[in-house]
Design a protein around this ligand. Structure first.
Ligand code: SAM
Length: 323
């Protein structure tokens, strides 16, 4: 789950030209995001060193699930809304190298310039990407793409703009809409609100949901996942980190214009493994259940023993996917 080598090299080259106290800037960036602040005032170098590897890893994990669930999906055009440095576009091109056109949209000119700059190191479609300054909640009606992605962008919109943002992003998506947010209760709440609104408008959940019914999570519960990524040298330095990896928590939602939600249940918490067997917390057809799989139930245990948080497992009488 590491950055593509040309992106990593381009980011490192860019960082090498910048002076400043990376640790101080990174600490300021982390504090700003934790306080719910926007990217408007963040240091671009600090973003490249400390956030881009993690947002890339989360988006990549989500796209891998999309590619697995929709093997025939072959988008020709991509809209990367709230593109920042173009992170999600790089991940999309890894999965769908047949993409012909890419559009970066952001309301921050410095991020757009950075996205264009890094894209020069990428494949031709990325190097030729269009860069559009604009706001997600006011996307022009004519701006459409087979695949629209908004990664870690909704978090920066005022709550009052969320409904318009959801509607515009959906309108722009000819086939699929992918939303990725920080794996916090707030990130999940934003996605849940988009889900209710867009499912009512006819959108079909592709992942992580296995149904189009109301989200069954209650109280303070929130649906989120985790991806582990190695820390690059610049990242270790910027964060004064001592371990060479980090775990990025993310929430996501993929919606399609056609098809049906996948069958089965999504594992929405780390599996609990013990001597007598294992327990999986699953979101299934409109409800959350804990499924116990006894070790003595050899065939079910064998099918599910390697199952991980975030996997999709088959309905009880179906072949399990989590192997
Ligand atoms: C946290 S960064 C995420 C960047 C990139 N998608 C990624 O995953 O690394 C959020 C980006 O959204 C942009 N943004 C914030 N509010 C926006 C809005 N209303 N319309 C368009 N872009 C916005 C910011 O300028 C910033 O580039």
């Amino acid at each position: 789950m590491t950055l593509p080598l040309p992106l990593q090299a381009a980011a490192e080259a860019r960082l090498a030209t910048q002076s400043g106290d990376r640790r101080k800037e990174s600490a300021a960036l982390t504090a700003a995001y934790k306080a719910g602040g926007s990217s408007a005032a963040v240091d671009l170098g600090a973003y490249l060193a400390t956030r881009m590897p993690a947002t890339f890893a989360a988006v990549e994990r989500v796209l891998a699930e999309v590619a697995r669930l929709r093997p025939g999906f072959a988008p020709a055009s991509l809209l990367d809304a709230g593109s920042g440095p173009g992170t999600a576009s790089w991940a999309c091109l890894q999965h769908w190298p047949g993409l012909q056109s890419v559009t970066f949209l952001d309301d921050h000119p410095a991020f757009l310039a950075l996205a264009k700059d890094l894209a020069r190191a990428g494949p031709p479609q990325l190097a030729a990407a269009a860069a559009l300054r604009g706001r997600i909640e006011a996307l022009p009606a004519g701006l459409e793409a087979d695949l629209t992605v908004a990664a870690y962008a909704l978090a920066e919109l005022p709550v009052a703009a969320m409904a318009a943002a959801a509607d515009r992003l959906w309108h722009a998506s000819r086939q699929l809409l992918v939303l990725v947010e920080p794996g916090t209760p707030q990130g999940f709440a934003r996605l849940r609100a988009c889900r209710s609104r867009l499912v009512a408008a006819g959108a079909v959940p592709v992942a992580p949901c296995t149904h189009a019914l109301d989200c069954p999570l209650e109280g303070g519960d929130w649906c989120h996942f985790s991806v582990r990524l190695p820390r690059l040298r610049a990242h270790m330095h910027a964060k004064a980190a001592s371990v060479p990896f980090e775990d990025e928590r993310f929430a996501y939602l993929v919606l399609a214009r056609d098809g049906t939600p996948p069958a089965g249940g999504r594992v929405i918490a780390p599996p609990h493994r013990a001597k007598p067997g294992m327990s999986l917390r699953l979101c299934t057809q409109g409800s959350v259940e804990v499924r116990h799989i006894a070790r003595r139930d050899a065939s079910a245990y064998k099918r599910l023993r390697k199952c991980e948080w975030g996997d999709l497992v088959g309905a009880p009488d179906q072949q399990e996917d989590g192997q």
